[in-house]
Design a protein around this ligand. Structure first.
Ligand code: FE2
Length: 309
């Protein structure tokens, strides 16, 4: 969590320090000695402020007004399956009193998600280093930031908050095929040598964060960076393409978007820049295509890992 952003920090200070230190220390441990439970913190649900619930609700309604049109059916189905609601920040686990209505209780999204795919959303203090992050994915645990952006940063936040992580990412974890893909990604990343670090970060970027998919002959978004961004989602779907045969550079800011067919080998060789709208996106034909390509890549990683032993 960046110190220059005025969050309502709902995480206990000591717990925060302990979890962050454990995640940092994981970088030096062998994969089978990493205990992901040490990275997680308590979501003190009663500490969310009125503004937190309002900001969540305003962003939820703003995005949903477009997502019925823009988003993959799989995303919309997942959002309903985990019972995300506009009226309040999501609870992750168990039950809690409703923040505005003492007559009602709130049920955690994991109570709906876990029976479907075994995935769970787990509260973390903030950014997790790569090895800690991959260890969580390998166990079907999704590290989730739980603070809500302050109202003055509703349109742009330079790091994930609960809106990006839960609204943007978690609905897809309710889908069997995506669930398998993301776990395989984590397992492969954990086993991979340093030569795979950059290729795997590109794969994550062009799928999990900024992926497009063709459904019923129409282009849809599923990447969380697009799902959670009002401006870039429209740009990704509607901006004109470059002339046929022209490839855009990662730094291109001409306002065009080159939508390439999904191709894992091409993605892992495609550079990206993070601080402007993406000029290059990759389009899946199905989530099975993503899962199968990931399985193939994971086999290559595992072969390399056993060959170097
Ligand atoms: Fe993300």
């Amino acid at each position: 969590m960046r110190k220059d952003i005025n969050y309502n920090n709902i995480i206990d200070g000591e717990e925060f320090e302990r979890a962050q230190a454990a995640a940092d220390a994981a970088a030096d441990l062998p994969a089978d000695e990493i205990d992901t439970e040490k990275f997680y913190v308590t979501q003190a649900y009663d500490k969310y402020s009125e503004e937190n619930h309002e900001v969540w609700g305003e962003m939820y309604r703003q995005r949903m007004s477009k997502l019925e049109e823009q988003a993959s059916n799989t995303f919309i189905a997942g959002l309903k399956a985990i019972q995300l609601r506009p009226g309040r920040v999501p609870l992750l686990f168990g039950e809690a009193p409703h923040p505005t209505d003492p007559e009602r209780t709130v049920t955690g999204i994991n109570e709906f998600l876990r029976p479907l795919t075994g995935w769970q959303s787990r509260a973390v203090p903030g950014y997790l280093p790569a090895k800690a992050f991959f260890s969580c994915l390998a166990r079907r645990e999704f590290p989730t930031t739980i603070v809500v952006r302050p109202r003055e940063q509703m349109d742009y936040l330079p790091e994930p908050d609960i809106f990006h992580d839960v609204f943007g990412h978690v609905p897809l974890h309710a889908d069997d095929v995506f669930a398998e893909f993301l776990q395989t990604y984590g397992q492969a990343a954990l086993a991979a040598g340093p030569e795979h670090t950059e290729p795997l970060s590109r794969l994550f970027w062009f799928t999990v964060e900024f992926g497009l998919i063709r459904e019923d002959g129409r282009l849809k978004i599923y990447g969380s960076g697009l799902i959670s961004s009002h401006g870039e989602s429209a740009h990704a779907l509607e901006a004109p393409a470059p002339p046929a045969g022209v490839e855009l550079a990662p730094s291109d800011q001409s306002g065009r978007v080159e939508r390439r067919p999904f191709d894992l080998d091409r993605i892992v060789n495609t550079a990206f820049e993070i601080d402007h709208y993406q000029p290059v996106l990759y389009v899946l034909e199905s989530f099975e295509q993503l899962r199968d390509a990931m399985n193939g890549y994971a086999e290559r990683v595992m072969d390399g890992a056993s060959a170097s032993r």
